[in-house]
Design a protein around this ligand. Structure first.
Ligand code: ATP
Ligand code: MG
Length: 580
């Protein structure tokens, strides 16, 4: 609740709008309160002088007041709703920018659906807090104060009598408000459940169909949806009862006012006109009473949602620039691992233990090892996707933690084991790291990655759209697009994590021989399960359970008769069998 204060800096930016918006509300309310007074006067005057002229004068006056009031109502909405949209805009940008900064580990702890909900539903609730909630509470406050002031001026006793139902109204607002708030939360929770279900079903559509689970999924969805409607029904029953109840309670006040006020008029204590004015003011109070409950609701929801958004914004990115920094604009690409040990969790099982490695700039080192040996983990430490311990990973002899993150990551082009393509064109996917690249550079990268046939075959070449996550491409095509993306980035360090595993051996060999020249100019760390891929490397390192088991060139390792030699023999055998 008190975190609402943290919104103040956002309002400060739009101070002018806020002040003129509130002034517009004040003026429109003031004009609105003038109407009952004018009507009262008109009645009194008309009783004494029932001429056409009086009628026209007062009618004209009322129309004039209403017109000017209309302008201010227009202005207040324009100013305050725009302000709330601007604050929403700022918050959304900040939220997204922050999400971009948070490291891998954050996304392992949080669900996509939940983060999306915070950026949409919750943000919407905060906007309601910044705009409508302010607008309606100011309206309510001004109207109630003004109306009560005039009612008491007309006749204090009558005013007190009119308000005798007020405590009842307060109790009803509290009881109904709490109930409605709780029911509303339940509706929102159910909505989240439906969204999560839809999101997973869309993303996992292939699996659902492959296992013929459409019926089961439909049933599950129907159940969620039915529950959603049921919860909404409960909410509607309470909100539907709430408004007539308030009207009824205020109506009781009217009855009392009519009975006692009629007597006052008869005895000449107040005029007919004053009585009319009084009842007008009383009816003006109904709306603020309804609005109070509503505003309380908006504030509760808005502050709860704000808390959820701030929770994400407060998460400090674990991986960030930590001064003192050194300039990283001219990284050459020598890589050193010095007694590197790493665990994914604090005090967790080490995934890498005491690894030493020296790679001169321009050399190619291959890393092989059983699944789960720690190969991908090792590669992720170089561009600091996960943070290595101090003084264990060096580039050009400098601890990677001393480079500005952007410099370090510009110097490293990585093809991760699992490719991810965006739902844009082939070309745009390739140009991710260098959007300014020319068409011919794009084509060269695509060619080098073995996409020549695709460029010819696809109707729109590089402008072909690839569908969500590249769903319209084959596994091997996706991998080659990811490779082209890394090649185009033209960075001194190239990390290839099993990046052609879905491409057949023959095509892979072709691609690699294309890349030989490119490899000569860069430092390459190459992970693969295939001996044919790694045998040309300057050095081959065999990882086993996070430790370096063997290292050397292909021929030496084959002679050594260890894990590598074993792998080599098995793959030779497989090839021979395949050839038969
Ligand atoms: N993000 C992560 N969080 C926690 N543990 C992880 C994470 N990534 C990998 N691990 C664990 O670290 C160990 C090494 O995984 P890694 O992905 O480095 O293996 P790999 O050698 O690349 O295997 P593969 O050949 O199957 O790709 C595994 O036991 C795995 O469970
Ligand atoms: Mg891996």
């Amino acid at each position: 609740m008190n975190r609402v204060r943290e919104l103040i800096p956002y309002f400060r930016r739009y101070r002018g709008r806020l002040i003129s918006g509130l002034t517009s509300i004040l003026l429109s309310v003031a004009l609105g309160l003038l109407t009952p007074i004018v009507v009262g006067r008109a009645v009194d005057t008309f009783v004494e002088d029932p001429s056409r002229r009086t009628l026209l004068t007062y009618a004209g006056l009322l129309v004039g007041i209403t017109l000017v009031q209309g302008i201010f109502i227009f202005l207040q909405r324009l100013l305050l709703v725009t302000m709330s949209r601007n604050i929403e805009f700022d918050l959304r940008n900040e939220y997204f920018a922050h999400l971009e900064k948070l490291p891998l580990s954050f996304y392992q702890r949080n669900y996509t659906g939940d983060l999306m909900a915070r950026g949409t539903n919750d943000l919407q609730a905060v906007r309601m807090l910044c705009g409508p909630a302010i607008m309606y509470s100011a309206n309510t406050l001004f109207t109630a104060t003004g109306a009560l002031f005039f009612m008491f001026r007309i006749h204090a006793g009558l005013a007190l009598l009119a308000l005798f139902t007020l405590p009842l109204v307060a109790v009803a607002t509290k009881v109904f408000g709490q109930r409605i708030h709780r029911l509303f939360q339940k509706v929102q929770e159910q909505f989240s459940a439906i969204s999560t279900n839809v999101q997973e079903n869309l993303a996992g559509g292939r699996v659902v169909r492959a296992y013929a689970q459409e019926e089961a999924e439909l049933l599950r969805f129907e159940k969620l949806n039915t529950e959603y409607v049921e919860r909404n029904r409960r909410l509607i029953r309470w909100t539907a009862a709430f408004h007539p109840l308030l009207h009824g309670l205020v109506g009781l006040g009217f009855v009392a006012v009519l009975w006692y006020g009629g007597g006052l008029v008869a005895r000449g204590v107040i005029t007919v006109g004053q009585f009319v004015t009084f009842t007008f003011f009383l009816s003006r109070l109904v709306w603020p009473m309804i609005a109070i409950g509503w505003v309380i609701n908006l504030v509760q929801r808005g502050s709860a949602s704000l808390g959820r958004i701030l929770e994400v914004l407060d998460t400090v990115p674990e991986i960030r620039d930590e001064p003192p920094l050194v300039d990283g604009e001219h990284i050459r690409g020598a890589i050193t691992l010095d007694n590197l040990s790493f665990a994914w969790e604090v005090d967790g099982q080490p995934v890498l233990s005491q690894i030493d490695l020296e790679v001169e700039a321009g050399k190619t080192v291959a890393i092989v090892g059983r699944t789960g040996a720690g190969k991908s983990t090792l590669l992720s430490l170089i561009p600091r996707l996960a943070d290595p311990p101090e003084a264990s990973v060096f580039v050009d002899g400098i601890d990677v933690r001393r480079f500005p993150l952007t410099d370090l990551r510009s110097a490293v082009a990585a093809v991760p084991q699992e490719t991810f393509l965006f739902s844009s064109t082939l070309g745009e996917n390739i140009a991710l790291g260098r959007p300014e690249a020319s068409r011919s550079e794009l084509e060269a990268a695509a060619l080098a990655a073995g996409l020549g046939e695709e460029m010819e075959g696809f109707s729109n070449g590089l402008d072909t759209l690839v569908g969500e996550r590249g769903i319209t491409l084959s596994g091997g095509q996706k991998q080659r697009v990811a490779l082209a993306r890394a090649l185009l980035k033209d960075s001194p360090v190239l990390l290839l994590d099993d990046c052609l595993s879905a491409v057949d051996t023959h095509t892979e060999e072709q691609i690699l021989s294309n890349l030989r020249e490119i490899f000569e100019e860069r430092t390459v760390l190459l992970v693969s399960h295939r001996i044919s891929t790694v045998k040309e490397a300057d050095l081959i390192m065999v990882l086993d359970e996070g430790r370096v088991a063997e290292r050397g060139r292909h021929d030496d390792l084959v002679r050594e008769d260890g894990i590598y030699a074993d792998l080599h023999h098995r793959q030779l055998l497989e090839e021979e069998l395949a050839a038969v």
